[in-house]
Design a protein. Sequence first.
Length: 292
Amino acid sequence: MGTPILASENPILAQMGRFSAAYGKNLSVDSLRWRYYRLGDGPAVVWLTGGLRRAAFGFGFLQLLGRRYTVLAPDYPVLGSFEQFDQGLSAILDTERIRRFHLAGQSYGGVLAQPFLACHPQTVDRLVLSSTGPADYGRAWLPVEYLAIGLARLLPERRVKRLLARQLGKVLNTDAKDREDWQAAVRETLEHDLTRGDVVSHFAVAADIIKTHLIHPGAFHAWNGRAVVLRAQRFHANKAGPAAVRAAVRAACESHKYGAGRPRRRPVSPATVCALATAGPGLIAMVDLESR
């Protein structure tokens, strides 16, 4: 591993540090330490970040959301099951006395948002999924998840992190002048913050969602919220970076519905959200947070 980068040497890390100092909180849940961020005022939005596991990477659009909403955004500790995630996020919501909220998930966060909605339909008003896919591809996918867990445990940690860095680097969608700083911030997080346990946890929770069959055709029947599910032609989830996520969230906040340049105005019933359980990757689901 290389020498840690000082925040003063990287503007992205510096902004993440200021964001964390201003809005960060800690909570212990069954011996697990949860780090999360609360900011803003208004209707509550719970933001579930992606595979980098650190919500502070979204400091820009989270502060934008905070102008009109109360925002909660957790980091992910090392978890072994979806139940642990559920317990942790529920404890954060209880601590912050938030009973109803809009639920948003980006990439890996979208995979977590789907079973959380299925388990707590009475708490979620609106749903936003961005650059994600179905939480459950079916039990045939379990061996793939278990293989990933095995490789993450057996391969040298440096190699595991290098592979992750290569994949995550492909989804960065930033201005050319900032790209090098963002890439350096990602490398720093992978090399000196995340552990092998985080990588194993990533796949273990995904496998647990499949194994426990939390997502199924009737999973959302008790949910009375509204969602707009958009499938964008010629759009692949891996091409969606921070700019695409920011555009999706801004669109939701401003009561517009669109995806990858292909507008769709007609609301889709909650039952349609179940399509996420069987559809292929490359889906974007957005919801109008304001309309009733």
